[in-house]
Design a protein around this ligand. Structure first.
Ligand SMILES: Cc1cc2nc3c(=O)[nH]c(=O)nc-3n(C[C@H](O)[C@H](O)[C@H](O)COP(=O)(O)OP(=O)(O)OC[C@H]3O[C@@H](n4cnc5c(N)ncnc54)[C@H](O)[C@@H]3O)c2cc1C
Ligand code: FES
Length: 279
């Protein structure tokens, strides 16, 4: 048991960036004498606002930075945690537990081509994976990021996307469901981007993070291309409370999403979906 999984410690908000009408990225700093946020992309934290409550959020920053980390938070109307979080200012303190959960098996996939597929609010978690991979560029084959957002304005991290789209180190393709007159990129679902890829099924590992409506069609295409359920990993969302396998809120079949996940192979996800459909 690690104390930092159970006991919130304080982090100070160092920067707040407005991403969209409903999403903000918080940069938070831990004190120098803290063990730091040593994490694997795909892991998450529980962020708390004093007097309001606590909720899980993905880690969106580079894992190379241990005392400064970022999470991007979507505000829900009447959200117990996200509304007061969005009201916070630079200099305020939040509580933080974690890193929690398992993360993507990036070390195991050294040498592979890595395909990252994000939809909407799935990008924060995969952004951390992009930073990780670029820090170890020589250890991996092709790196491809596909990102789908609802509209051009709804895209997160527009600056990073611009940089990555022009970088020789990875391939980054974006699409929007609904284009506007200023958008000259792709329009349509992220699955359409997947259709255009030339993958080597022998050496590709896929990491996905996005809504269920994105995952299933994407998997269907990847299976047609020759990938197996065990080569595809999904970062799952589930209702969580404790985040450490104690309260049972996130239990599906025999898996605690917070503890055994949130990253599962698609084979495991399928079994969990079948179990949920049956009850
Ligand atoms: C592992 C994990 C990682 C996550 N990472 C992120 C992240 O990086 N960024 C982020 O913004 N969110 C993330 N979430 C979702 C986030 O935890 C919830 O949005 C948050 O708990 C809402 O808290 P709240 O107290 O403000 O809302 P509540 O008071 O619990 O709910 C307010 C209203 O919002 C609705 N609502 C709440 N959560 C969601 C949701 N996820 N989808 C749709 N409607 C919802 C509720 O149904 C309710 O109507 C993650 C969740 C998990 C489990
Ligand atoms: S959130 Fe409590 S067991 Fe997973």
């Amino acid at each position: 048991m690690r104390l930092e999984d159970y006991m919130p410690r304080f982090a100070q908000i160092e920067d707040i960036r407005i991403e969209t009408d409903t999403e903000k990225t918080f940069t938070m700093r831990l004190p120098d004498d803290d063990p730091g946020m040593v994490f694997t992309p795909g892991q998450f934290i529980e962020l708390s606002v004093l007097g309001a409550g606590e909720a899980p959020f993905g880690l969106a920053s580079s894992p190379a930075e241990t005392h400064v980390f970022q999470s991007t938070v979507r505000r829900y109307s009447a959200g117990v945690v996200t509304v007061p979080l969005h009201r916070m200012q630079v200099g305020d303190f939040v509580g933080v537990r974690g890193p929690l959960g398992n993360g993507f098996p990036l070390k195991k996939h050294a040498g592979d081509d890595i395909l990252l597929i994000a939809g909407g609010l799935g990008l924060p978690t995969l952004r951390a994976a992009v930073f990780y991979l670029l820090d170890r560029r020589d250890e991996y084959g092709d790196i491809t990021l596909l990102y789908g957002a609802r509209t051009p304005q709804d895209r997160l991290y527009k600056h990073d996307l611009e940089t990555w789209s022009h970088s020789p180190l990875l391939q980054c393709y974006q699409t929007v469901d609904v284009a506007d007159e200023n958008w000259d990129g792709e329009a349509g679902y992220v699955s359409q981007l997947v259709e255009k890829l030339q993958l080597d099924p022998e050496k590709t590992s896929v990491y996905m993070c996005g809504p269920a409506v994105m995952i299933n069609p994407v998997v269907e295409i990847l299976e047609r291309m020759g990938l197996t359920d065990e080569q595809m990993y999904v970062n799952m969302e589930a209702h969580m409370k404790c985040g450490v396998g104690k309260c049972g809120h996130c239990l599906i079949r025999d898996k605690y999403v917070c503890l055994d996940g949130p990253v599962f192979t698609y084979g495991e996800v399928k079994q969990m979906q079948q179990f949920q459909d049956a009850i």
